[in-house]
Write a protein that binds this ligand. Structure first.
Ligand code: COA
Length: 371
């Protein structure tokens, strides 16, 4: 069996950032218009008036202060309330692939080796832009990589599932290096008219190169990977190619992200904490000795609770990395952004953990030791 390492990572952050204040101003303008337009029906009790959103609530409930997005003007126009991303002709690179390529180029530059050494590309993300051809194959072609490529979607856990898949490919000797990309245009599946969730997501792309340990010095030894899934409807998006076949006229609301936030919080925190502690124990690692946690960036309260359960104490500053204040929830990319931006102070031998969790439910752990 061949051991695998994370040899390099990359990040692409879209150029536009939206603050909570900007988002709330737009949402509240939308609410005012809606309530004015429906004043009679609201007075008659036929429609419930919409309530305004608030910056204070968003920061307290989620820890998010701003998010990057691929288009700002549409999101902040109360008459539009979604990103405006013009369709591209088929002979032009698609927007999701373009983001993935930017993150991949960042990782390849850090890696410093020719792409001819990469044998496979995995596009692991929450929402693919189209049914086929696979996004990963478009990325593979744009980067002139040989071998094979495919897409996989395990929602917010896609990146760790991708790392696990790459690690297994390397263990079996199928390839020597795998490029995993996680392009996420979460703003495209967010309902910006929904008070409960309009603030949750941001857009970003990350990339990870997993390589056979024998091929390289340095990097991060993958000590162990573990995946877990348990079916739940509490985070769901019903968008799909069968939507147009529902003649009864299904609601459009659930064709975007919907969740039962409180239930998710209550059910996912114990599931993830137990997975981490059990996996650490099976690897002979004391979770309290971990130098850093790079958790999925879902919600500050959720992340802090998992951090406390795993470390058995209040994490010291920087021990449980939080980047969702400026990126928001970026689905599969969150834990990779956290890892990418806060790992250069590790000494050889120190151990950290990448961990994802999200819709499915799904969760994945990747224990890493600095080489
Ligand atoms: N602005 C102001 N007030 C708001 C609001 C908004 N945008 N949205 C909701 N509220 C109000 C509610 O009406 C409610 O008021 P009430 O107490 O008078 O009834 C109150 O705030 C609390 O609402 P609730 O939905 O219970 O908030 P919460 O504290 O559970 O936080 C989430 C909501 C979504 C941030 C939180 O449940 C969460 O993060 N859950 C984890 C889910 C997650 O991260 N999923 C991502 C996939 S991993």
């Amino acid at each position: 069996m061949h051991h695998a390492v994370i040899a390099a990572t990359g990040l692409y952050a879209p150029p536009f950032s939206v603050s909570n204040a900007e988002l709330v101003d737009t949402f509240n303008a939308y609410v005012e218009r809606f309530n004015a337009r429906n004043a009679d029906a609201i007075a008659a009790g036929d429609i419930v008036a919409l309530l305004p959103s608030s910056v204070e609530f968003i920061e307290k409930a989620s820890g998010i202060k701003s998010r990057h997005v691929m288009n700002k003007s549409g999101i902040l126009d109360p008459a539009i309330m979604h990103p405006v991303l013009p369709e591209r002709p088929n002979d032009q690179i698609s927007i999701l692939a373009e983001m993935a390529v930017a993150a991949a180029e960042d990782a390849i530059l850090a890696w410093g080796k020719p792409v001819s050494e990469i044998g496979a590309v995995i596009c692991a993300a929450s929402n693919m832009q189209r049914a086929y051809p696979a996004m990963a194959i478009e990325v593979q072609q744009a980067l002139a990589i040989n071998g094979f490529a495919f897409d996989m979607n395990v929602a917010c856990s896609s990146a760790t599932f991708g790392i696990k898949t790459a690690t297994d490919f390397i263990a079996s000797g199928s390839v020597k290096a795998v490029l995993i990309v996680n392009p996420e245009i979460c703003s495209g599946h967010l309902n910006f008219t929904d008070r409960d969730s309009h603030f949750i997501f941001g857009d970003v792309a990350t990339a990870v190169i997993v390589e056979a340990a024998s091929q390289t010095t340095g990097g991060w030894e993958i000590l162990g990977t573990r995946l877990k899934t348990v079916f739940s409807n509490n985070i769901r998006n019903n968008f799909g190619f069968l939507n147009r076949t529902a003649l009864e006229g299904a609601s459009t609301k659930d064709k975007l992200f919907v969740q039962e936030g409180r239930k998710v919080f209550k059910e996912v925190v114990p599931m993830v904490s137990e997975l981490i502690v059990q996996h650490a124990s099976d690897l002979g690692i004391d979770p309290r000795s971990l130098k850093r946690l790079w958790l999925h960036q879902a919600n500050i309260n959720m992340n802090e609770m998992i951090g406390r359960k795993v470390l058995g104490r209040d994490p010291a500053p920087g021990e449980n990395v939080i980047i969702l204040d400026t990126f928001a929830n970026t689905s599969s990319a969150g834990s990779i952004i956290a890892f990418h931006t806060t790992n250069d102070d590790f000494a050889v031998g120190e151990i950290g953990l990448i961990c994802s969790f999200g819709a499915g439910y799904s969760a994945g752990t990747v224990f890493l030791r600095k080489r």
